[in-house]
Ligand binder design. Structure first.
Ligand code: PLP
Length: 398
């Protein structure tokens, strides 16, 4: 697949806008826009409560099975629910309960802040292994694993640098000391091929609004390896995870499969809108997406070497394609002001402090020509120094 080959399957209202933030919020698939009308006007407006027996009730696991196909999981191992952070709380708590007597969780300092917050709030000791700021500290993580460790939890792809772990060695090391492993695939799913089954993963979570193109605030998903499900308890027990939901039994009997990780009523409208994006990815295939993604990030790296580094920018992402993610982060001492100047010029990356501007060219709809246009604008902004007028801009979401 050529990078951007599926652009016409997405809603593009402004062809001049270069959108390089698919790693934060994916574009709207045209099929999702069409489905949204049907969901509201027909499914909700006409079918009303009957909709629950016409696909709504099974939606979290039906969609979960489709997401499973993108991440090397098996049917019955993924469900869609709540936010990534809630799912992390849920699975990490279940893991601690399944490893009584062990009170340590190991992670790295590349992990997303919300993961640190959630993992740190469980009453366990959180060991945060330092990195060089770009690459995963693989050897030190393995070193940190001992008999006290219940869980190793990492972002498979780091939100700042994009560094991407190889799953099997870390899973092997965690299992070697009797710990479980929990991956956050928010920046991986839909961007980089991943094999949860072959990688011996126990647990995983991820969001749907980035490379899966599920829409702003779309519900997240969670994965639990089939063999473990019977021994993992959902700490957020609720009626939707009951073995027999409509028995209205006061006693909580967990469902046997992945549905035990449900808690309350699924948000059908936003959840259903995830499916068209997932279908597009399945149609193209993860290997083709990854190949196109590497061409896009290669192009960004070439621009960095030729034009940005001589102008004082830094590279905060790995070059090695084996561990490179779907986005490239370039640094500048006045990164936020440069980011805001790009936005003003119709180029949309995002900014992560202290000085990182993340360029996330989603391969389904981003062309090499768009990368060239964006980088030409960046050179012009650096040369003119017009980023300086954005130094004092007041922004909430960066
Ligand atoms: C790697 C990673 N994990 C977790 C989150 C938080 O996800 P949520 O807001 O769905 O809880 C994000 C958000 O961007 C993220 O990038």
């Amino acid at each position: 697949m050529e990078p951007g080959a599926l652009a016409d399957r997405f809603v593009v209202t402004d062809p001049q806008l270069v959108y390089l933030d698919g790693n934060s919020l994916g574009r709207l698939p045209q099929a999702a826009a069409d489905l949204g009308v049907d969901l509201v006007a027909r499914q909700w407006g006409d079918r009303l409560i009957r909709g629950w027996n016409e696909g709504w009730f099974d939606l979290p696991e039906r969609l979960g099975d489709k997401i499973a196909g993108l991440i090397g999981a098996r049917p019955g191992e993924v469900t869609v629910a709540d936010s990534t952070t809630i799912n992390l709380h849920r699975l990490a708590t279940a893991a601690l309960t399944a490893r009584p007597g062990r009170r340590v969780i190991v992670t790295d300092d590349l992990n997303f802040p919300s993961d640190h917050h959630a993992l740190g709030a469980l009453g366990a000791e959180l060991r945060i292994i330092p990195s060089d700021g770009i690459h995963g500290p693989v050897d030190d993580l393995i070193e940190a694993l001992d008999d006290d460790v219940a869980l190793l939890s990492l972002s498979a792809t780091a939100y700042r640098s994009g560094y991407t772990y190889d799953l099997p060695p870390l899973a092997g090391a965690a299992h070697g000391v009797g710990a479980l492993v929990l991956w956050d695939l928010s920046h991986t799913a839909g961007s980089i091929p991943v094999d949860l089954t072959g990688g011996d993963a126990d647990l995983a979570v991820g969001c749907s609004y980035k490379y899966l193109n599920g829409g702003p605030g779309a519900p997240a998903w969670l994965y639990a390896r089939s063999e473990l499900q019977a021994n993992l308890l959902n700490p957020h027990a609720g009626w939707m995870g009951h073995a027999d939901v409509f028995s209205f039994s006061a006693e909580h009997v967990p469902a046997t499969g992945i549905r035990r990780f449900r808690t309350g009523t699924p948000p059908v409208v936003s959840m259903a809108l995830i499916e068209p994006g997932v279908d597009l990815i399945a149609e193209v295939g993860m290997e083709a997406i990854r190949a196109a993604s590497l061409r896009l990030t290669d192009r960004l790296l070439r621009w960095f070497d030729d034009e940005m580094e001589p102008r004082g920018m830094g590279l905060a992402s790995p070059r090695d394609p084996a561990v490179r993610g779907g986005h490239i982060t370039l640094t500048h001492p006045e990164g936020l002001a440069v980011d805001l100047a790009l936005l003003e010029a119709g180029v949309v990356p995002d900014f992560r402090p202290p000085g990182g501007i993340r360029f996330g060219p989603s391969p389904l709809y981003t062309t090499l020509d768009e990368v060239d246009r964006a980088m030409t604008v960046l050179v012009e902004i650096l040369d003119s120094g017009r980023w300086a007028k954005h130094r004092d801009d007041d922004v909430v979401v960066t």
